[in-house]
Design a protein around this ligand. Structure first.
Ligand code: FMN
Length: 326
């Protein structure tokens, strides 16, 4: 007769065990939910694990001594926000007993209603699939309803200390996933182009999506764009190039005349656009469409496809309405 597992237990020193667990290198997450009063609650947790792809499940363990324990086990939803390498302060804040941890940290309601940190490496918005009682913790198993990720470097944690990950992206990742993000910037009817240094003109580009409407420009400085007036305009591939192009139509926030343009940048009136000095057929065609549409005051969005591309009419530009992404 085998002995019951419970009878074979030996004495384990919890502190020594904690140190042994701590040798496992993890990322750092902030798990969030809303309590029964509707108040956002959150705590730092590194006990995260992916569980299943189909159905999409993850888990995280919440200690029974955490003051947000009842909020998590009593809720039907929670979010897991993985932190970026520059978010040690966010990790420390959510590992503290501060009474309002969300006072200084932005969050959005995305799908389930659990707070999703506006700035993080990756987030998973979950409904509670199941919670399992396990010793001094509860295992929360979440079913992922929505998620998002970014190419930033993750924050690491090992042996009780934060750790940096040296090469956050595998070689080739950027070149295979990169989109060139270009801006068709208009100010009082004129369009901003930048010299390619070889006698040609190209659209200004940005390294990534803008933050607060600021477009960093090569050579230093930045241009201020009207955030509520920045619209997707065209998505296309250029033959012979790996990257796709994603072009936004935008308007300068300040008057054109008031701006000290960095070298190489120049505004062109629609009738003076230097089509012959723009190498890309796709960009030329897009500018022609822009000039045509500006005259008629209605815009469309273009997306290329194997059989020639599609246009969707946007109609009169409307101000953005704040809308949670689902
Ligand atoms: C890097 C790190 C990872 C942590 N991981 C967990 C965890 O997985 N589960 C847990 O219950 N607490 C974990 N904690 C501790 C909680 O964040 C801490 O107890 C917090 O004060 C709980 O907040 P609350 O009492 O406001 O709910 C971790 C702390 C840090 C700094």
């Amino acid at each position: 007769m085998g002995m019951a597992a419970e009878d074979t237990r030996t004495v384990i020193d919890p502190l020594a065990l904690r140190r042994a667990f701590g040798t496992f290198l993890t990322g750092v997450t902030v798990i969030t939910t809303v309590d029964s009063d509707g108040k956002p609650r959150g705590m730092t947790a590194n006990s995260f694990a992916s569980v299943s792809l189909d159905p999409p499940l993850l888990l995280v363990c919440v200690g029974k001594s955490a003051s947000s324990y009842p909020a998590f086990t009593g809720s039907d939803r929670f979010a897991v926000n993985l932190l970026r390498d520059s978010q040690i302060d966010v990790s420390n804040l959510f590992a503290s007993k501060a009474s309002d941890k969300f006072a200084s940290v932005g969050y959005d309601v995305v799908h389930t209603g659990a707070p999703v940190l506006t700035d993080c490496l990756t987030w998973f918005d979950c409904t509670m699939h199941e919670h399992v009682d396990a010793g001094d913790h509860a295992i929360l198993i979440g079913r992922i309803q929505a998620f998002g990720t970014s190419p930033s470097a993750p924050l690491g944690f090992c042996r009780g200390r934060y750790a940096q990950v040296k090469d956050p992206l595998p070689p080739g990742w950027l070149s295979s996933n990169d989109m060139i993000i270009g801006y068709l910037i208009e100010a009082q009817g004129q369009v901003l182009l930048v010299s390619d240094g070889k006698g040609g003109w190209v659209l200004p580009t940005a390294p990534r999506k803008l933050v607060n409407g600021r477009l960093p420009v090569t050579g230093g400085g930045e241009l201020s764009l009207m955030s509520d007036d920045t619209f997707l305009y065209s998505v296309f591939d250029v033959s012979g190039h790996d990257s796709g192009y994603l072009i936004y139509r935008a308007r300068l926030a300040e008057p054109r005349g008031a701006l000290a343009l960095p070298t190489g940048y120049r505004f062109f009136a629609p009738s003076e656009l230097p089509y012959d000095e723009i190498a890309s057929t796709e960009v030329r065609a897009m500018l022609r469409r822009f000039v045509r549409e500006s005259e008629h005051g209605g815009y469309s969005i273009y997306m290329d496809s194997h059989d020639g591309g599609r246009l969707a009419t946007v109609g009169a530009a409307q101000p953005w309405v704040r809308h949670a992404q689902t």
